[in-house]
Design a protein around this ligand. Structure first.
Ligand SMILES: Nc1ncnc2c1ncn2[C@@H]1O[C@H](COP(=O)(O)OP(=O)(O)O)[C@@H](O)[C@H]1O
Ligand SMILES: [Mg+2]
Length: 259
């Protein structure tokens, strides 16, 4: 089967004054693949996401999504086209239930799509969609809990439910396991892997935990000082001497022997 290219990035750069946060990145992402983006702090990963999600306009270069040039489009348009990025935890409404949080995200998506019809019927459909998502993410047992009272790991999973509620094709996850216990990390890895297997989603995942990276990634993009240092299969990246050099310290050890 020919690989469809969902995302094509050419010569993408973002400079803040003299700081070259992202420099001349070329990248083709295949539909359905999971691509991990790694690199030391300051490598440009977050800036790269901000360019893809439209929060920042590039200094130069282009971004094509499903063959359409989306360079410089505003975030709400990019989101509507099918690129969604994980929310920060403070975007969860702590006073509302878990289900209500997901309903808000489903409702926002429907409003964007202009699909308001009969209000009562719509409310039922929103609830149904939210429940289906919560079941898909094994969060159904928490549906009626106040979101502020659930564990940190569960909150991050609810965030992912809210991302999926926007019906994205390309999902950008920014350190989805940061601050999690090993158990919680395992749940996120399993979830992303299960979702990836459906073929419905393409994932970009930035992550510090090399065990997670090597568990999930079909390919790894290594960023260093804003540039593309390597782009290859995990085993090839792991053996790359330049990558090891960029990862002096603890992470070098993790790269050699992923947890
Ligand atoms: N809004 C900004 N203004 C100025 N410099 C920035 C801004 N955002 C990021 N940078 C700089 O760009 C570089 C890349 O940062 P960032 O994208 O946050 O890296 P990472 O997410 O890989 O840690 C860093 O040197 C950072 O200080
Ligand atoms: Mg960052």
């Amino acid at each position: 089967m020919a690989h469809d290219c969902i995302l094509r990035i050419q010569h993408l750069s973002k400079h803040f004054g003299g700081v070259k946060a992202v420099t001349d990145i070329d990248l083709d992402v295949d539909t359905g693949e999971t691509l991990a983006i790694i690199g030391p702090n300051g490598a440009g990963k977050t800036t790269f996401y901000n360019l893809l999600s439209g929060r920042l306009a590039p200094s130069s270069g282009s971004i094509q999504f499903k063959g359409r040039d989306i360079t410089g489009l505003p975030p709400h348009v990019i989101s509507r086209l099918g690129i969604s990025r994980s929310f920060q935890i403070n975007n969860i409404f702590t006073e509302m239930t878990v289900r209500e949080n997901v309903e808000v995200a489903v409702t926002a998506q429907r409003r964007e799509g202009g699909r308001w019809a009969n209000r009562a019927a719509t409310n039922g459909a929103v609830q149904h969609e939210a429940d289906a998502l919560l079941t898909k993410l094994s969060l159904a047992h928490l549906s009626d809990r106040t979101a502020g009272t659930i564990s940190y790991g569960d909150k991050r999973l609810v965030e992912i439910a809210m991302v999926l509620a926007t019906q994205p094709e390309l999902v950008l996850l920014d350190e989805p396991t940061a601050g999690m216990t090993p158990d919680e990390t395992g749940r996120v890895v399993e979830l992303v892997r299960t979702l990836a297997r459906t073929g419905d989603y393409t994932f970009l995942v930035t992550e510090h935990d090399m065990g997670v990276v090597f568990d999930l990634a079909d390919r790894i993009l290594v960023m260093h000082h804003g540039s593309r240092l390597a782009l290859d299969a995990p085993a090839v990246v792991r053996a790359n001497p330049e990558v090891r050099k960029a990862y002096l310290g603890d992470e070098a050890a993790d790269m050699v022997e992923p947890a």
